[in-house]
Ligand binder design. Structure first.
Ligand SMILES: *Cc1c(COP(=O)(O)O)cnc(C)c1O
Length: 432
């Protein structure tokens, strides 16, 4: 598969080059040249296929010929070493739990898949890369863990000092080996700006191959298609019209769901559930796309004022507003409503959600008010203990730490403080 840049002024690129570069030379996002729907026979036998088989069929066309089939099978097997259960909330609503991976965030799957692709590409030791990530919390942990010990890849994570939760900080700073955590005196936007400057800094990029590990990278983005197939496998016998409510920030996850639909997965409708960062909710009402500075909320992994994958969604629907609107609804909810939803889920369904999942649940409820003939699945994107303060405060119960989390809490934090771009640059150059 070749990929073109959505800015349309860079040459097309192989999967391998698209993964190593992250972003095209014209700063556009990569998008696959074609999408071939899976055959009817695949859907007829989905009940007997394993998660690995399903994932293999989904992603094969997008990585071929750069990754041979036998290697791809191994990468998938290593990536999907945990479960993706559906839990019924009530007769109209279920949740797909995506937090059973090593860092208990849904980003584990994409991070692990991408890491293993890069490892394969570096087999001849000619493609050593440095992955540079800015994180407001969850991405950093999943990337750090997914890339730990992967040969030929160094990971440098920037996080805002004092602005991530204790659990998240431990997940970022206790791993050693090829992972370095840089603790930035500033806020998330400062970390993000430093990363962007590094990518544009030719003195750096002429000396080292830098890449990103957020959902702009096709190897992080596309494996998220798997989730929608896994939910379908578990639900299609009992429910006809399946609708997904996706708690969205950069819109990578929901956009992967739309790719799954392009592969022929019978998804009836998508709901982009947002916190008060509501650019897309507004767009669907006004047809005006107006990025804004992000607003801080209790579902902070979705505090995004200009979702980077929105342009990919526009590409899928060929910029046809009506076609998009037929397939996508979007609602925005306040922190107050999110807290109420956490409480309601706990009291009425004995389910402990995290704030992001709770926003997804609210999206389901809003949609079902005017669309009775559907079963709505919200994606539960993080384990509630990742947002312990909020969740315990609302449900008034203590939650036990799961073993993956408890294991990192006793480890020693290691980070390097930086406060300016020059310090980041000096650090990177010192590592060559
Ligand atoms: C990243 C993240 C999201 C948002 O996903 P996007 O693909 O950026 O829309 C939602 N919930 C959690 C917990 C996350 O970490």
């Amino acid at each position: 598969m070749n990929y073109y840049s959505l800015n349309k002024t860079a040459p097309n690129s192989s999967f391998k080059d698209a993964v190593i570069k992250g972003l095209a030379p014209d700063k556009g996002l990569y998008f696959p040249e074609s999408i071939t729907a899976l055959p009817r026979s695949f859907f007829d036998k989905i009940d007997v296929l394993s998660y690995e088989d399903i994932a293999f069929e989904c992603i094969k066309q997008f990585v071929s010929p750069d990754i041979p089939e036998s290697i791809l099978k191994k990468i998938i097997e290593d990536t999907l070493s945990f479960d993706f259960p559906i839990v019924e909330i009530n007769k109209d609503i279920s949740t797909l739990e995506l937090f059973h991976g090593p860092t208990m965030a849904f980003k584990d799957v994409g991070a692990r898949f991408m890491a293993r692709c890069l490892e394969y590409f570096n087999e001849e030791k000619t493609n050593e890369v440095t992955v540079l990530v800015a994180t407001s919390g969850d991405t950093g942990g999943a990337v750090a863990n997914g890339f730990l010990g992967v040969k030929g890849v160094n990971v440098v994570i920037l996080y805002p000092s004092g602005k991530v939760s204790d659990i998240q900080e431990k997940q970022l700073t206790t791993l050693k080996k090829n992972i370095t955590a840089l603790e930035v005196d500033g806020v998330f936007d400062d970390c993000q700006d430093m990363v962007k400057r590094a990518f544009l800094d030719e003195k750096l990029t002429s000396k080292m191959q830098l890449t990103s590990a957020n959902s702009i990278n096709v190897a992080r983005w596309l494996p998220q298609m798997f989730y929608f197939f896994f939910a379908y496998k578990q639900l299609h016998k009992t429910h006809k019209n399946i609708v997904f409510s996706v708690p969205s920030g950069n819109f990578g996850n929901i956009c992967a769901g739309m790719m799954a639909q392009q592969l022929g997965l019978p998804i009836h409708h998508f709901i982009a559930s947002n916190n008060e960062n509501n650019v897309v909710t507004e767009y669907l009402t006004t047809q005006l796309y107006q990025p804004k500075p992000s607003i801080q909320t209790i579902s902070n992994a979705m505090d995004v004022g200009n979702p980077s994958n929105f342009i990919r969604i526009q590409e899928i629907y060929k910029n046809d507003f009506e076609a998009l609107k037929k397939n996508l609804s979007s609602y925005s909810f306040s922190d107050e409503e999110t807290r109420e939803a956490l409480k309601e889920l706990y009291n009425e369904s004995s389910y402990i959600a995290d704030p992001h999942g709770a926003v997804g649940y609210l999206g389901c409820k809003e949609y079902l008010r005017s669309n009775q003939d559907a079963h709505c699945v919200f994606l539960e994107t993080a384990h509630p203990t990742k947002f312990l303060d909020v969740v315990e405060d609302v449900i008034r119960e203590n939650i036990d730490l799961p073993p993956q989390i408890a294991a990192v809490m006793d480890k020693k934090k290691r980070s390097i403080h930086i406060s300016s771009y020059n310090e980041l640059r000096d650090f990177l150059l010192s590592r060559i």
